[in-house]
Design a protein around this ligand. Structure first.
Ligand SMILES: Cc1ncc(COP(=O)(O)O)c(C=O)c1O
Length: 389
C-alpha cells in the first residue's frame, strides 16, 4: 500500500516536473501513463487502496491514509498461515484492554466483525424481551435498524436546530417500553460532539435496567482537547456499552474489526449472540493488534484529517457555500435544497460523496488525501449551477 508521505508528494512533484520539464524526459511506463492522463484532461488521483486511478471515493468515511505500516506488515507475515484458524485465546481482547488501560480488563471486551456486529448484538440483547430503542435523528440508526427488524418500537428524537443531540429530549423519550438508548458521539451524520459532563449526567439519569450504547466510531477525530471517552465509565455503570470501530482512525475498514467495552456481566449477555472466536480471522487479529500499538499512525491520521477538514471548510466557504464544522472525518454542506442531484452529477464524473442520511439538503464529504480533496473541489465547481443541480 502506498503511504501518503512517500507516494503523494512524490507524485505531485512528478506532475510538476513533467509539466515544467517536458514530457519527453519521462521514461518509465507508469510515468507515461500519468503524463497521458494530464494531456487528455483526465486526473490521476490514486487514492490509497483504490484500484481505479481516477476514482475519488469520499462517500463512506474511510481512512484516506490507509492502515498503519505495522498492521500491513503483520498481515503480510501471516499470509502463509491462511490455512490456520485464529487463536482461541483472547489475544485481541487483551490488546484492546491494554490499549485502553484505566483498569479495563479483557473480560470487559467483546470483539465483532466490525462494530456493526457489536451494535447489532447489543440491540438484540436489549430488545429480546419485547422492548424498543431510542436514538437521535438524524443519527447512524444501527440500533433503530435492529428494532425495526425485530418489530420493536424505534423512537427517534430530533436533534436541535444547531444539529446537536438533544439529551434532555432523549431522556424524556425513555419509557417503560425502552430497552436501549443509543448515542453516537461525535454523531454521524450531524458531526457534533456532546460534552463529556453532559453525557456522564445523562448516564446517571437513565435507569440501570436500560442499556446505554455509546457509539464512539469517530472519537479519534475530535479536536476538543478536553474531551474524554466514556470507556472508563463502563467500570461504574453496568448498563453502559461503548462501541468502537477500527474501520476509521485505524484504517482497517476492509478487514472488519470492531469491539465493545462493558461490565463483564453485560459482555456475558452478549456472548451467546456474537460470532465469537470463529468470527475473527487470522489476518484481522494481527492487523488490529499491530494497529493498536501504533499510536504514531493515529496521531498522523488525526493531524491529516484536521488539516484537510480545514482546507475543505475554507474552500467551500470561499465559494459562498455553507459548510458545517464537525468533530468527525467528514464535512457537511447545507445546499439549501435537495442535494441528491449534485451527488449524482459528481458520481457521473467519478467523484463519490453522499447526501447526509436524514438531512436531504446536506452533502456529506469524507476527508481524502489533498489531491482527492482538490479534485472534489474542482469537479464540484464544474457541476455546481449546471442545469438541474
Ligand atoms: C457511527 C458509525 N458507527 C458504526 C459504523 C460501523 O462501522 P464498522 O462496522 O465498519 O465498524 C459506522 C460506519 O460508517 C458509523 O458511521
Amino acid at each position: 500500500m502506498i503511504r501518503e508521505e512517500e507516494a503523494y508528494p512524490a507524485r505531485r512533484r512528478f506532475l510538476k516536473t513533467a509539466i515544467a520539464g517536458g514530457l519527453s524526459t519521462v521514461a518509465a511506463g507508469l510515468l507515461w501513463k500519468n503524463a497521458a492522463a494530464l494531456v487528455t484532461g483526465q486526473r490521476a488521483v490514486h487514492g490509497v487502496g483504490i484500484e481505479d486511478p481516477e476514482l475519488v471515493q469520499l462517500s463512506i468515511n474511510e481512512n484516506p491514509l490507509g492502515a498503519s505500516q505495522r498492521a500491513i506488515e503483520a498481515v503480510a507475515h501471516k499470509l502463509f498461515a491462511l490455512n490456520r484458524y485464529p487463536p482461541r485465546e483472547p489475544v485481541l481482547h487483551e490488546a484492546i484492554a491494554r490499549y485502553h488501560g484505566n483498569g479495563i480488563t479483557w473480560e470487559m471486551v467483546a470483539n465483532g466483525v466490525g462494530s456493526t456486529e457489536i451494535l447489532k448484538t447489543i440491540g438484540l440483547v436489549a430488545m429480546l424481551d419485547g422492548k424498543g430503542s431510542v436514538e437521535p435523528e438524524p443519527g447512524y440508526g444501527a440500533i433503530s435498524g435492529v428494532a425495526s427488524d425485530l418489530k420493536r418500537p424505534a423512537v427517534r428524537v430530533p436533534v436541535t436546530m444547531n444539529l446537536q443531540t438533544d439529551l434532555e429530549a432523549v431522556r424524556k423519550a425513555i419509557t417503560k417500553d425502552t430497552g436501549i438508548v443509543c448515542l453516537t458521539n461525535p454523531n454521524n451524520p450531524t458531526g457534533q460532539l456532546l460534552p463529556h459532563e453532559d453525557l456522564a449526567r445523562f448516564l446517571k439519569a437513565v435507569p440501570e435496567n436500560i442499556i446505554v450504547c455509546m457509539d464512539e466510531a469517530y472519537i479519534h477525530f475530535s479536536d476538543d482537547e478536553h474531551y474524554a471517552s466514556m470507556v472508563p465509565l463502563t467500570k461504574n455503570h453496568p448498563n453502559l456499552l461503548v462501541s468502537r470501530t477500527m474501520s476509521k482512525a485505524f484504517g482497517l475498514g476492509g478487514i472488519r474489526v470492531g469491539y465493545g467495552i462493558a461490565d463483564p456481566k453485560l459482555i456475558e449477555r452478549m456472548k451467546p449472540h456474537l460470532l465469537g472466536w470463529l468470527g475473527r480471522n487470522i489476518l484481522s487479529d494481527v492487523a488490529a493488534i499491530a494497529a493498536l500499538e501504533d499510536q504514531e499512525h493515529i496521531r498522523k491520521v488525526h493531524a491529516h484529517v484536521l488539516k484537510e477538514k480545514a482546507y475543505l471548510y475554507d474552500t467551500l466557504t470561499s465559494m459562498g457555500l455553507k459548510p458545517v464544522k464537525t468533530q468527525t472525518i467528514f464535512v457537511l454542506v447545507d445546499m439549501g435544497k435537495d442535494a441528491q442531484p449534485l451527488v449524482d452529477a459528481l458520481k457521473a464524473k467519478k467523484v463519490l460523496i453522499r447526501r447526509a442520511s436524514g438531512m436531504p439538503n446536506y452533502l456529506r464529504i469524507s476527508v481524502g488525501t489533498r489531491i482527492e480533496n482538490e479534485v472534489f473541489i474542482e469537479t464540484f465547481k464544474e457541476v455546481l449551477g449546471k442545469a438541474g443541480v
